[in-house]
Each structure stands twice: as C-alpha cells, then as structure tokens.
Design a binder for this molecule. Structure first.
Ligand SMILES: [Zn+2]
Length: 342
C-alpha cells in the first residue's frame, strides 16, 4: 500500500472515530493519541524516508492538508461537545418552579389566652390591676385564711393535690387575694389569673388543671351595689350589650353573702335552647361580699373595710363563647382545633 493510500485511510479513520467521542476530556486524550509524536499519523509519515525525493514535497503537502483538516474537524467537534455538556449541566441544575412550596404553620394565641386577655381588658378598664403568684401554695393561703374549715371536704386528699413538704398545688386563684392583702393595705382593686389544680378524674367537663380569673375590690363603703354594677358591666362587655344578669344566693366560705351569677343565654337571647337547658340562663361565675373572717385573717379591720370578690373558670367562659363541648380540646393541641381561633 502506498503512503498516499495510507494517508487516505488515516483520514477516513479520523473522521469516523471522532464522531463516536462524546466528552471533551476523551476528545483531548484521543487527539493526543492520534496526532501526537507517537500517533498514527506520525507512524505513517515515518515511511517518508523510503519515498523518492521528487515525491516527498507532494506527500509533505498532503500531510499538511491532513493536519489542517484534523485541526478544523477537532475544533468543530469540541465546540459541539462543549455545547452539549453545558446544556446537560443547565438541565441538571435548573429549578422546577412549578413544585408547590412547603406549608409552614404560623403559631397563634391559644384560645384560652385570647379569652383571658379579653376578660382582663374589661377589668383593666374598671381600674383593676393584675397580680400573679405561685402555683405551689401554703395551706394557710389556699384554705385557712379563706375561711375554709379544717374539716371541709375540699381539703381532702381526694380533691386537693398535696406535696410532700406539706404545701399543695393551689386549688383556686383566691389564694392570691390572701397574698395581696397580706402585703398591701386597702384600697385594693386587683385581678388575678392562672392555673389551678384538682385531684379530679378528667372527662368532657372536668380537668385536673384548669384556669381561673378572680377580682378583689376592698375599700371603705363597698356594697353589693358595686359588685352588681361590676358584674353587669362585665357581662355586657363580654357577651353583648343586651346581656342580662341574675344573682342567685349561694355559699362560699370566703364570701358572705355569696351569689352564683347567671347571664341571659348568649345563644338564644333568653328564649331557651339546648345549651341553657331551656332555662334562658347560663351560670358564668361565683361572687360575693368578702367574709369579715377573711379580713381578720389578713389583719384588716373588718369594721372599717368591706369588699367584693368574683371568680370564674376561663375554660367555662371559652366553652360558652365558642360553643366548645369538651374541655379536653383546649389541652390536646390538635392543630385543626386551634386553627379555628386564628
Ligand atoms: Zn339558650
């Protein structure tokens, strides 16, 4: 085979092989092998020494033509491969903007806190000041000073959670009234709220931990009239301006006289419905005039001062306001429930 034929074969081989290479890295390696010093083209040109001198220029020209052709073909192929590589990289890194985003739950104020804030706001407008205190209480603040007799069933282990050190988990926020009166002189106009604890089996209407809110007003010449005015203002602000209240005689050790306070049913406006058990009235809180025995326990002169106290369960008010029929829903932290109060 002549050297010319060999060169033609090399050219054909170059053209067919270069089309099979698909990465720029492999292309450079292949080119070094093909056109380098020990490459196939150089091997063929080694045969030049056996060629007659008059043929050599022709072969030299043909070899140069091949080199030009190879370089041209090489840069075309490189350009095409690099283009494909860039397109591939872009496709791999592109963002799919049609994917839906991840939903983030935004926290909200708990329904019990919302109700507490609403009630507090009403009493703030009447000049009451918020006080807070410990959930671990002494028997004196929780029972003795509140005129709860030593043999009262509320003190029983069945009802109260006692601690090993003789203290207890407060069963009512009224203990804060005692703490306030022990540290401050009248006149007082205080509101307090927080968790209270009972040794109670839990069901739809009973919880072992729940929340109360209480008010205490002590001054000279405070009468039942101040209490009634305060209750009426609260009921109208809380449940609407057409709300009526009614007082029923009751008994609490720390107030005398004591009353249960009903408001006209917020669901049927007093006409009678399932919620008010067709009476037209719903019990919302307990209240009364501070028992002189309580004043004596904290060192107030009961002949100089009088006062009223009122207290309510936050869960009960929240259940009434929102038509919730199971107290456990407030503490189960079910997002589907809580989201309804945003
Ligand atoms: Zn009703």
């Amino acid at each position: 085979m002549s050297i010319f034929e060999n060169l033609d074969l090399i050219q054909q081989k170059f053209h067919s092989e270069i089309e099979t290479i698909t990465s720029s890295e492999a292309l450079f390696q292949w080119k070094a092998k093909f056109m380098g010093k020990a490459g196939e083209l150089s091997e063929v040109l080694k045969g030049l020494k056996d060629v007659s001198p008059q043929d050599r220029p022709k072969i030299g020209a043909r070899a140069n033509e091949l080199r030009d052709d190879f370089e041209k073909k090489f840069s075309e192929r490189l350009k095409s491969i690099e283009g494909q590589e860039i397109a591939k990289k872009l496709a791999a890194e592109s963002l799919d903007i049609t994917l839906p985003g991840r939903v983030r739950h935004v926290g909200t104020v708990h329904p019990l806190t919302q109700v507490t804030d609403r009630i507090l706001d009403i009493f703030y407008r009447l000049g009451f000041t918020l006080i807070t205190g410990p959930e671990v209480e002494t028997e004196f603040c929780n029972f003795d000073a509140l005129n709860v007799p030593k043999d009262h069933p509320a003190r029983d282990m069945q009802d109260t959670l006692f601690l090993k050190n003789g203290h207890l988990l407060r069963t009512q926020t009224s203990s804060m009234q005692i703490r306030a009166m022990l540290s401050q002189k009248p006149p007082l106009r205080l509101v307090t709220t927080g968790a209270v604890y009972r040794s109670e089996s839990v069901d739809a209407t009973h919880a072992a931990a729940f929340h109360q809110l209480e008010c205490l007003c002590v001054d000279k010449n405070i009468t039942m009239q101040e209490l009634k005015g305060t209750l009426e203002f609260f009921a109208k602000e809380m449940f609407g301006h057409k709300t009526q209240i009614r007082l029923r005689g009751s008994f609490f050790p720390f107030t005398e006289p004591s009353v249960e306070v009903d408001c006209s049913c917020v669901f049927c406006a007093g006409k009678g419905c399932r919620i008010c058990k067709h009476s037209g009235w719903i019990e919302i809180l307990g209240a009364g005039m501070v028992n002189p025995a309580v004043f004596e326990a904290v060192g107030y002169e009961s002949s100089d001062y009088s006062g009223f106290a009122l207290g309510m369960g936050i869960e009960r008010i929240a259940m009434l306001l929102h038509g919730v029929n199971d107290v456990r829903l407030f503490t189960e932290n079910d997002i589907r429930f809580l989201e309804q109060f945003t």
